[in-house]
Design a protein around this ligand. Structure first.
Ligand code: ASP
Ligand code: MG
Length: 407
């Protein structure tokens, strides 16, 4: 088999951890598999590099930032390859460029366009373990270094697995897999054996931090089977794969919460065609991702309030953009709240079982939690609530749906 093993920052945090990784890789290779190892920078390295940049300038240019940030992964691949060779196994480290990872030119959030992996293939054929730098690529024309956005090594691993037609993409991390809720909030949360791409996608974008959202999207599109597991033990982890009949029997697979969201309300915009288009054009042009949107027309039918959520990191920028066009929208003002959380229940079983939303709202009501916004999709229900209730809500929902988990 061809197996891609991705090790995150925690798994290569220090020399002992790197030696552990090397042992696991060599063991897999000895079992007769071709192994590609994708590595992140050592824990905290990327943050350190960002801090360094801000010590020399308040506005670091993105091209040079990418050059700087990509160095974290270079250190990690060199050390991992050396550690593997030390165990007597042939290994070769490749940067993004040497791996043939071609991206567009959107620095710091580049998209992979193609992977020209002949060299990696040859190395594998020649009995080498290939150690590839995660998170980085280059532009085709200028060969400028790019990075894929924070947490981007997951995407590197999945894309490499797809390009090499790997049988499996293992994501090694410091947790044992995907849980029914964050075990830090709900200690009795259970590890899921299996979860569908769609559920994983919802969970990742709803705040479960184990897998980067874009990597799940990519895996779903190209059918790359992922296993999320711990690099600290040999437990089996969670398989992320195509939905099957069995999964449908479970009503809710997981409860997530995300406190890194902000809610912006545009007050009393004129109730006429083109207003929402104008508002969200401004936001989209700044590349800010809007999640929930709620519009309420007043009873006199003349004006409407529009509320929407954006990532907290981009809330100031979003607020500024909306303030710029308040007059154009005929609005009387703009308000922002960042003390909010989005709590969600996710499960493919919802498609065939009604009543999940009702049960969720009932649970919130019993705990006196006020719901500020609601959104639903086929397989999830999300509520925006005050951030201070977020952990309470997750625990309450986990309990309320708990009987139905893993039945
Ligand atoms: N080192 C990068 C980061 O910290 C990429 C990754 O870890 O996946 O975001
Ligand atoms: Mg990560």
């Amino acid at each position: 088999m061809i197996i891609v093993q991705k090790y995150g920052g925690a798994s290569v945090a220090n020399v002992d951890r790197i030696k552990d990784v090397a042992r696991r890789v060599v063991k897999t290779a000895k079992e007769g598999h071709k192994v590609v190892v994708v590595v992140s920078a050592m824990a905290g390295e990327t943050d350190k590099l960002i801090d360094l940049a801000y010590l020399v300038t308040s506005k670091p240019g993105e091209r040079e930032m990418d050059l700087l940030l990509s160095s974290g992964e270079r250190i990690a691949i060199a050390l991992v390859a050396l550690a593997i060779k030390e165990l007597g196994q042939k290994a070769i480290a490749f940067t993004g460029r040497q791996m043939g990872i071609i991206t567009d030119g959107l620095h710091m959030k580049a998209r992979i366009e193609k992977i020209a992996s002949e060299r990696a293939r040859e190395a594998l054929e020649g009995g080498h373990v290939v150690v590839a730098a995660g998170f980085q690529g280059i532009t085709e024309k200028e060969a400028d270094v790019t990075t894929l956005g924070r947490g981007g090594s997951d995407l590197s691993a999945v894309a490499i697995a797809s390009a090499l037609k790997a049988d499996l993409c293992e994501i090694y991390t410091d947790v044992e897999g995907i849980y029914t809720a964050d075990p830090n909030i709900v200690p009795e949360a259970k590890k899921l054996d299996k979860v569908s791409y769609e559920e994983m996608l919802e969970m990742a974008s709803l705040g479960a931090k184990v897998l980067q959202t874009r990597s799940v999207e990519f895996a779903m599109r190209y059918g790359v089977p992922i296993v999320v597991r711990s690099s600290f033990n040999d437990n089996p982890g969670t398989l992320v794969t195509k939905e099957d009949m069995e999964m449908e029997k479970t009503l809710v697979s997981g409860i997530t919460s995300d406190t890194n969201q902000a809610k912006i309300t545009v007050i009393r915009v004129s109730d006429s065609p083109g207003i929402a288009a104008r508002l969200f054009k401004a936001i989209a042009e700044a590349n800010i991702i809007v999640d929930m949107i709620v519009q309420n027309v007043s009873s006199d039918g003349e004006s409407a309030d529009i509320s929407f959520t954006v990532p907290e990191t981009e809330s100031r920028e979003a607020l500024r953009l909306v303030e710029e066009i308040t007059e154009e929208l005929g609005a009387t003002g703009v308000a922002m709240r960042d003390d909010i959380a989005k709590v969600s229940v996710v499960g493919v079983g919802m498609r065939t079982h009604p009543g999940v939303a009702l049960q969720m709202f009932g649970t919130m009501a019993r705990h006196g939690i006020n719901i500020l916004m609601i959104s639903t999709s086929e397989i999830k229900v999300s509520c925006v609530i005050e951030a201070k209730y977020s952990e309470l809500a997750v625990r309450a929902l986990h309990e309320a749906f708990g009987l139905l988990v893993n039945v």
